[in-house]
Design a protein around this ligand. Structure first.
Ligand SMILES: *Cc1c(COP(=O)(O)O)cnc(C)c1O
Length: 223
């Protein structure tokens, strides 16, 4: 199977309102170019250095780069000039630091709040309680160079579809809850980033608006 075929296959399965982030981490610029030539425009990367190098080599006019990994504050400045969406904001401090770099660039950077929804403790993200506490505190409202546009989560890596489904449902419910409580005046608070190669079909059924698919498009990653 080629990258082009894989992309077409996935596009066929997803409704119009769901956008596909092609997760290209660890894959070459040539692979990304193939996906680009097949019409893909949103790419996700999880390491700042790798993202910067790829951004430089690939068409700059119409690719939207999404950052999906754990972001270190000292790396923000390198991606701030061009990043389209940061999926992985997991502390208020990080949000504040993104705001600072965005301000230097004269930009407003869209960000998602990453929630810890999995039954595993290896993954980053706010707990639901931590996230609500942060929102209640209210300091985020003073950050004029970031815009919170939704939430992101990763389900447990398991064959147990019911568990995955319940985790995605919990994220969707949390999204609706904080939307009502904190974001009624923000019409851009619309994104629920959930679903990867293994579980994007379940995620779409549970209300995902952005799926992040890597290996199902590009093949296995070689680390
Ligand atoms: C790597 C990664 C993906 C893509 O994973 P696949 O299983 O290859 O689809 C999605 N989301 C995040 C946050 C990732 O780090």
């Amino acid at each position: 199977m080629s990258i082009t075929t894989n992309l077409k296959e996935i596009q066929k399965q997803i409704p119009e309102e769901v956008r596909l982030v092609a997760v290209s981490k660890y894959h070459s610029v040539d692979d990304i170019r193939e996906a680009y030539n097949a019409g893909q425009r949103i790419f996700g990367e999880s390491k700042a250095q790798e993202l910067i190098a790829k951004h430089e080599e690939l068409p700059q006019e119409d690719i939207q780069w999404h950052f999906i990994g754990h972001l270190q504050s000292n790396k923000i400045k390198y991606i701030a000039p061009f990043i389209s969406l940061i999926h992985s904001v997991d502390t208020f401090r990080l949000l504040k630091n993104i705001n600072k770099e965005a301000k230097k660039e004269g930009r407003i950077i869209p960000c998602l709040l990453q929630l810890h929804i999995a039954d595993e403790d290896t993954k980053y993200g706010f707990s639901f309680t931590e996230c609500k506490d942060m929102l209640k505190e209210g300091k985020w409202k003073e950050l004029k160079n970031v815009k919170i546009t939704g939430v992101m989560g990763m389900a447990t890596f398991t064959e147990d579809e019911n568990l995955v489904k319940s985790e995605f449902k919990a994220l969707k419910d949390f999204f609706s809850e904080i939307q009502k409580e904190f974001f009624t005046t923000n019409e851009d608070f619309t994104e629920i980033s959930m679903g990867m190669s293994q579980d994007y079909s379940i995620a779409i059924k549970e209300g995902s608006t952005l799926i992040r698919v890597g290996s199902k498009i590009f093949g296995e990653r070689i680390y």
